[in-house]
Design a protein around this ligand. Structure first.
Ligand code: FAD
Length: 365
């Protein structure tokens, strides 16, 4: 794994700031990384993946998150698509789709709609059976990586419940509309997806039948939450490194910033944030790897703690660097914008708090 991390560091180099400025990661690089199985590293080896445990995948995701949150976001989408196929698809669907996802095809996952953000039960996208085909109609919003995607995993309603359907982006009736100038993760390829009478073979529906909406959504989002949580650990590590380096070298009032106690306090806060986020993510990943019943709540906790710590930590890092970090393209400026979005996606901080409260209130004793 450390070899893979080193090789990725070399390939990303110092390009993340430039990708952020132009709002794009080179498509050929994404395809290369995808074809090496790097974008969904938990997929089992039999399907061309690396078969990483959640803990190892987390370490890798944090590494990517420290280099470039846009790339990590693309990775999260690809991994979530693969996870959804693994969890909901038939053996035939897994054998067809997973080797494509580890072979260079890029994927995105669409839940959100204009009237269904936090409240996914309000989704109105329909997946209607018509003989041996299904017809998809709806509008998905803010789909990360949709701009790059070959395949979309779209969640909608069928007669018998919620379904996830695999939609090749080249199918007639699919229109992808790039979101201009997002606050952060600017190169992650966010787009709105319009689906108008999109006709597909009936076996495009993962598992072939409907599920309760909450069950389907929780299953698919669980992977995304772990991935975002570890990505936030990466953001915190990058911020800590930038802040300590700067505070050691930059002098004011005749001594390094780090020797001013209020600045040292900021460094301590950043270190604490990085450690806390790392420990909750490790705990959640261990729950995944052991199949613990605590997995669901540990995942929500990891996502919530890491995202809030990253948003606060990135703001602290900008404070330490001050004017030196106050420009687009600088690691901490990028982290500040990227981290804020982590409090919104895969279950906003408010929704996470509600879930954690529900857990605490229902826990015996
Ligand atoms: P709303 O649901 O309108 O919420 C607005 C505010 O009210 C939030 O603070 C929310 O927490 C709060 N709120 C809402 N309901 C409650 C409640 N019951 N109690 C307390 N507070 C509440 N979607 C996808 O499907 N696929 C993607 O790949 C994807 N990627 C994204 C990437 C980015 C960068 C962003 C910004 C969004 C992305 N989304 C994606 C959409 C994302 O999932 C939604 O933005 C998110 O679920 C929140 O929905 P909303 O923006 O409509 O906010």
């Amino acid at each position: 794994l450390s070899g893979a991390m080193t090789s990725l560091t070399l390939r990303v180099g110092d390009l993340a700031g430039e990708w952020d400025r132009v709002g794009l990661i080179p498509l050929e690089l994404l395809r290369e990384l995808g074809a090496e199985g790097r974008l969904c590293a938990e997929v089992p080896e039999q399907y061309g993946g690396w078969g990483l445990s959640s803990l190892h995948s987390g370490a890798y995701t944090a590494h990517v998150g420290g280099l470039c949150s846009s790339l990590r976001s693309v990775m999260t989408s690809q991994g979530m698509a693969a996870w959804t196929v693994q969890r909901l698809g038939t053996a035939e669907q897994a054998a067809d789709l997973l080797p494509r996802l580890t072979g260079g095809a890029l994927a995105a996952v669409g839940f959100s709609e204009p009237g269904a953000g936090s409240d996914l039960a309000a989704m109105t996208t329909t997946v209607r059976r018509d003989g041996d085909t299904v017809v998809v109609d709806g509008h998905k919003k803010w789909v990360t990586a949709a701009h790059y995607a070959d395949l979309l995993v779209v969640v909608g309603r069928q007669e018998d419940g919620a379904v996830a359907v695999v939609v090749p982006t080249g199918t007639p009736g699919v229109r992808i509309e790039r979101i201009a100038d997002p606050l952060g993760c600017r190169a992650a390829g966010h787009a709105d997806v319009h689906l108008d009478g999109v006709r597909l073979p009936a076996d495009s529906v993962l598992g072939g039948h409907g599920l309760p909406t909450a069950l389907l959504v929780t299953t698919a989002l669980a992977y995304g939450r772990m991935s975002v949580a570890w990505g936030c650990v990466g953001i915190l590590r990058a911020c800590l490194a930038a802040a300590t380096a700067h505070a050691t070298v930059r002098e004011q009032f005749g001594r390094p910033l780090a020797e001013h106690q209020l600045v040292a306090g900021h460094i301590a806060d950043l270190y604490t944030a990085e450690q806390v986020a790392t420990r909750v993510c490790e705990h959640a990943s261990r729950c995944w790897d052991e199949g613990s019943p605590d997995q669901v709540v540990a995942t929500v906790l990891a996502k919530h703690v890491s995202a809030t710590q990253a948003a606060r930590g990135a703001a602290t890092a900008v404070q330490v660097l001050a004017s030196a970090g106050s420009r687009d393209g600088h690691t901490v400026a990028r982290a500040y914008r990227d981290a804020k979005l982590m409090e919104i996606i895969e279950g906003s901080s408010e929704l996470c708090r509600l879930m954690l409260a529900q857990h605490a209130l229902s826990a015996p004793g």
